[in-house]
Design a binder for this molecule. Structure first.
Ligand SMILES: Cc1cc2nc3c(=O)[nH]c(=O)nc-3n(C[C@H](O)[C@H](O)[C@H](O)COP(=O)(O)OP(=O)(O)OC[C@H]3O[C@@H](n4cnc5c(N)ncnc54)[C@H](O)[C@@H]3O)c2cc1C
Ligand code: SF4
Ligand code: SF4
Length: 355
């Protein structure tokens, strides 16, 4: 069935936002404050994006992971009459219509026709596909998990013990899996995984003071404000061990713990250690469908397949008038940076509507 979406006001300016994660929600909320009507298209059953699954990383104090901001945004979006949220929906096609755009959105059996004056792309990221790295035994060993899976398990179950049982005595975090690796074409830093691994280690230490935690890293990135001090506290007070090495192999035998083989770059010799849980900090990679959306809208991709801004400095505007980028679809960012970028996208879209 093909039809117009009912209940929207043709007198108002309208923007199509593709992707209902942190970025899409932040752009939508900024636009409605300026009196613009928004169609927020989300392919999943619910809006919120990846960060809606993250756990709170407070210990005796808030550790400023900002995951709760995303849930607040979600509530606001759902209550906002000027934001039309279309979930389980996909943009089937978009074509230029004068200075604006005509779009067809597919939802179930229905095709919905929309006319908008600008488009914001906020399609986020996918985690690096671990099928490309069989040496880490992901999918083969139950207790080799990704950072995303640890976030979700802690959020759903409330504690490490509730999620993984009481047998966890030693945990290894492995950084930069799929990032900063020119051999697989991902030469960039994913920017958020040092920070989230450190904060996850901190909450596990606070729940289980006797569990040993090792972090395997090559170069620890501390992008956020106050992160260096946080890191120092992890090493000195929390006794979390930092091992400068990227493991070459993880393997398990029935009824045994997981073995991690690595060469410690400071000591310079091969080592093996046993763990009960391994957490892989996977690279942030362009989300599935990025290429298709870029083609539909006539925008370019960068060398790593993220949506490309007009230049290295102009990361919000694209080479297509009226199409703007918000959040991690343009490259790795944490939640506060994503929100800042998405608000800038809303601001530039608003200027375009009124130019
Ligand atoms: C393991 C992990 C832990 C993290 N922890 C933290 C943390 O504690 N604090 C922090 O600040 N940052 C954290 N981050 C970073 C955080 O996840 C990102 O900053 C944030 O999710 C970016 O939001 P986004 O909207 O750009 O992307 P996403 O969250 O990926 O949202 C994109 C949305 O678009 C939808 N979508 C995709 N394609 C389409 C399409 N074609 N049509 C319609 N909808 C589509 C997706 O379903 C999704 O809902 C973490 C990242 C990882 C990987
Ligand atoms: S979710 Fe993060 S920012 Fe919010 S209270 Fe918990 S630790 Fe603090
Ligand atoms: S943020 Fe840390 S773990 Fe992630 S790619 Fe950069 S250096 Fe590696």
């Amino acid at each position: 069935m093909r039809g117009q979406l009912e209940g929207y006001n043709l007198e108002r300016k309208r923007v199509l936002v593709i992707g209902g994660g942190t970025a899409g929600m932040a752009s939508a909320l900024d636009l409605v404050e300026r009196g613009v009507e928004v169609f927020l298209i989300e392919k999943e059953k619910e809006i919120g994006g990846r960060a809606a699954d993250y756990c709170c990383k407070a210990t005796e104090k808030c550790n400023r992971c900002t995951a709760c901001l995303v849930l607040q945004q979600k509530d606001k979006v759902m209550q906002e009459p000027l934001i039309h949220v279309l979930t389980s929906a996909n943009v089937k096609d978009v074509t230029k219509n004068g200075r604006g755009f005509k779009a067809t959105v597919a939802r179930g059996e229905d095709d919905i026709a929309l006319e908008v004056q600008a488009v914001i792309v906020a399609t986020g990221f996918d985690p690096y596909d671990l099928k490309r790295r069989s040496e880490f035994a992901y999918g083969l060993e139950e207790n080799v998990i990704s950072g995303l899976e640890l976030e979700k398990a802690l959020k759903e179950k409330g504690s490490l013990t509730a999620a993984f049982g009481s047998g966890i005595k030693k945990i290894g975090f492995i950084q930069c899996v799929g990032s900063r690796d020119l051999s697989i074409g991902n030469g960039y830093c994913s920017r958020v995984c040092c920070m989230y691994a450190a904060k996850l280690a901190k909450i596990i230490r606070s729940e289980l003071p006797d569990v040993e935690i090792d972090i395997f890293y090559m170069d620890f990135q501390s992008f956020g404000k106050g992160f260096s001090a946080f890191n120092q506290e992890l090493r000195e007070s929390d006794k979390i061990k930092f091992i400068r090495a990227i493991p070459s192999k993880i393997y398990g035998f029935p009824y045994d713990r997981l073995t991690v083989r690595y060469t410690d770059s400071l000591v310079g010799k091969p080592c093996e250690d046993k763990y009960d849980l391994i957490v892989l900090s996977l690279a942030i990679t362009p989300s599935e469908g990025t290429q298709e959306i870029a083609q539909q809208l006539g925008i370019a991709l960068d060398d790593y397949g993220f949506m490309a801004g007009r230049s290295a400095q102009e990361t919000v505007a694209t080479n297509q008038a009226g199409v703007f980028l918000a959040g991690v679809c343009q490259g790795p960012k944490d939640i506060p940076q994503t929100i800042g970028h998405a608000k800038a996208a809303a601001g530039q879209a608003y200027l375009y509507l009124n130019s």
